[in-house]
Design a protein around this ligand. Structure first.
Ligand SMILES: *[C@@H]1O[C@H](CO)[C@@H](O)[C@H](O)[C@H]1NC(C)=O
Ligand SMILES: *[C@@H]1O[C@H](CO)[C@@H](O)[C@H](O)[C@H]1NC(C)=O
Ligand SMILES: *[C@@H]1O[C@H](CO)[C@@H](O)[C@H](O)[C@H]1NC(C)=O
Ligand SMILES: *[C@@H]1O[C@H](CO)[C@@H](O)[C@H](O)[C@H]1NC(C)=O
Ligand SMILES: *[C@@H]1O[C@H](CO)[C@@H](O)[C@H](O)[C@H]1NC(C)=O
Length: 523
């Protein structure tokens, strides 16, 4: 008489298994959190004299894989362009600075972005947060670059509470058009929603939107969420509770606000992973956390100590990114470890499309520079120790005032007044104009910052493996290596494609006043 109930139990158990199996997507969900201007020393797990606390981020990273030789571009637009195109800046045309909202420029059209490929692979693709890849015509907008939904800002920064952006103080005076440009910049798909969210912090509204997308998601379908916070980018703005939590720990007002913004972000990361767990998605999720570039340094915002340099330059403080991968899909031998394999932000495209979504890509046809790192990340396989990465070659960047005549012989190989940087294996070469190259300590640490004495120089060579803080410039003692790497730069330079003109002029038709005080397309 026990047979019947046992069978029923078995059938029930099998039915449950089927339900569980059905509740998994064919390939994993991808949640990619990009944070804005977060410095190397601004996460708890890197803290060296910093008072900033990031408990949720630290716990996730501790259970995942910390990417400790992970490189990004030193600025917002360039990093995001490499992330979505899988190409180096010399191949996607975005080598020069960031997109000025008044300038007709965007990530060149025509090539599929990572979001297009993931859409083709059956993913529901969502962008929540900052775009900053151009909007002067609608073809450039996220919904036309592979994202099925968009909630966020088209520009690069705005007021965190009002979601308005003004070009006052942008560093490029607007005398040409006769007035400063001020406008709203918050969209739900294509609709202006600035009035709905005025007074709510960008971090709050992006987290809430991400949570509602997760709750509404059909679990049988794979999801790609690119959650691109505008925090802790300037302006310094945070709800008071986060500001006061650093009272007594950080006296400097800017730094205290910045720390509050990071902690608010950390709280959001906790809420996001809680929601993924509550909704039963977490076990099928590859969770990635990345900064877009190094900390600003000046004004006591982001901090990169003990690294050299800040956002904008090619010293490690500008480009060595905070990044990690987490989630139960990493093999157990990888969980809780550190990767020192060289990885570049352009790698995410093939890593996520091929490695996670299981779609074969023709790298040659697509012109990809990124490498599929999924086996390195998920299984702990070794990467290529001699890997070469071209960080950038930007001939339009301001040139050094004068270059020592002892470097004249290099001119035949590569013009070292060009702003450029390349890594090969242990070694990194930097050339051209590089500003703000000091070693800045967090103001609350009491450590003494170290100020660079080699301003006006135009060539540096470091063994980053031996000397990650770039104290020991080897460009004089290892001249052969310098010539070799300059030769590599030259061959990339002659093969580079400048698809987008480098910041053409300000177009007065971009003025939001012409469109109801809204930043929008004008072509
Ligand atoms: C934001 O811009 C809109 C449109 O000009 C304006 O109505 C609103 O008052 C602005 N909000 C703030 C806080 O400045
Ligand atoms: C997720 O995986 C853990 C550990 O294997 C398991 O205990 C849990 O039940 C799983 N959750 C879901 C929703 O499948
Ligand atoms: C990847 O796709 C191939 C077919 O292209 C299939 O044979 C294989 O099982 C898939 N792998 C995973 C892990 O889904
Ligand atoms: C990849 O694309 C290139 C260039 O279009 C083509 O020559 C090559 O045959 C393709 N490779 C495969 C495996 O399809
Ligand atoms: C760089 O430094 C590492 C660690 O000290 C050393 O093993 C390696 O040989 C050095 N590389 C070069 C090219 O000198």
């Amino acid at each position: 008489m026990t047979v019947f109930p046992r069978n029923t139990g078995l059938v029930f158990a099998l039915a449950q298994l089927v339900v569980l199996a059905l509740a998994s997507p064919p390939t994993p969900h991808i949640v990619f959190v990009m944070v804005d201007d977060l410095g190397y020393n601004d996460v708890g797990y890197h803290s060296d004299g910093s008072a900033i606390e990031t408990d949720n981020i630290d716990a996730l990273a501790a259970g995942g894989l910390k990417l400790e030789s992970y490189y990004v571009a030193p600025l917002c637009t360039p990093s995001r362009s490499q992330f979505l195109s899988g190409k180096y800046l010399i191949h996607n045309g975005m080598q020069h600075l960031v997109i000025d909202p008044r300038v007709p420029r965007c990530l060149p059209l025509g090539d599929d972005t990572m979001a297009n490929k993931l859409t083709d692979a059956g993913y529901a693709t969502h962008l929540v947060g900052k775009w900053h890849l151009g909007f002067y015509k609608q073809e450039c907008w996220p919904l036309n670059r592979g994202f099925q939904s968009f909630f966020g800002l088209l520009l690069g920064s705005g007021d965190h509470f009002s979601h308005n952006y003004t070009d006052v103080g942008s560093g490029r005076p607007n005398a040409k058009c006769g007035q400063n440009f001020v406008g709203m910049d918050l969209r739900d798909d294509e609709v202006n929603v600035q009035p709905v969210y005025e007074d709510q912090h960008s971090t709050t509204i992006f987290t809430e939107r991400a949570q509602s997308i997760i709750r509404a998601h059909d679990q049988n379908e794979p999801m790609f969420m690119y959650l691109s916070y505008q925090a802790p980018h300037l302006p310094f703005e945070v709800p008071d509770e986060y500001f006061v939590s650093y009272r007594g720990k950080i006296n400097n007002r800017n730094r205290r606000t910045y720390a509050g913004m990071v902690t608010m972000l950390d709280e959001s990361i906790g809420q996001l992973t809680d929601t993924l767990k509550e909704e039963g998605l977490w076990n099928d999720t590859v969770f990635i956390f990345s900064t877009d570039n190094g900390g600003v340094g000046k004004k006591n915002a982001g901090n990169n100590w003990p690294l050299r340099g800040v956002k904008g330059n090619y010293f490690e403080g500008g480009i060595r990114g905070v990044g990690f991968v987490a989630g139960p899909l990493l093999s157990t031998n990888v969980q809780g470890t550190i990767s020192t394999d060289l990885m570049h932000i352009s790698d995410w495209y093939p890593t996520l499309v091929e490695g996670v979504a299981n779609v074969t890509l023709n790298h040659t046809e697509l012109g990809l520079d990124g490498v599929n790192m999924w086996d390195v990340i998920s299984q702990g396989e070794s990467g290529d120790p001699d890997r070469e990465i071209v960080y950038n070659i930007d001939p339009d960047m301001q040139r050094p005032a004068s270059i020592d005549s002892k470097y004249d012989s290099y001119a035949a190989v590569f013009d070292i007044s060009i702003h450029a940087s390349i890594r090969r294996g242990d070694m990194k070469l930097v050339t051209g104009y590089q500003a703000d190259t000091d070693w800045l300590a967090p103001v609350e640490s009491g450590f003494a910052s170290v100020y660079a004495t080699d301003a006006g120089k135009a060539i540096w060579l470091y063994n980053i493996t031996a000397d990650p803080t770039e104290q020991d410039d080897l460009s004089d003692s290892m001249a052969d290596e310098v010539v070799d790497l300059l030769g590599r730069l030259q061959s990339y330079y002659t093969g580079s494609r400048f698809e987008a003109p480098a910041n053409p002029g300000i177009d007065c038709d971009s003025d939001p006043a012409l469109y109801g005080n809204l930043w929008t397309n004008w072509e």
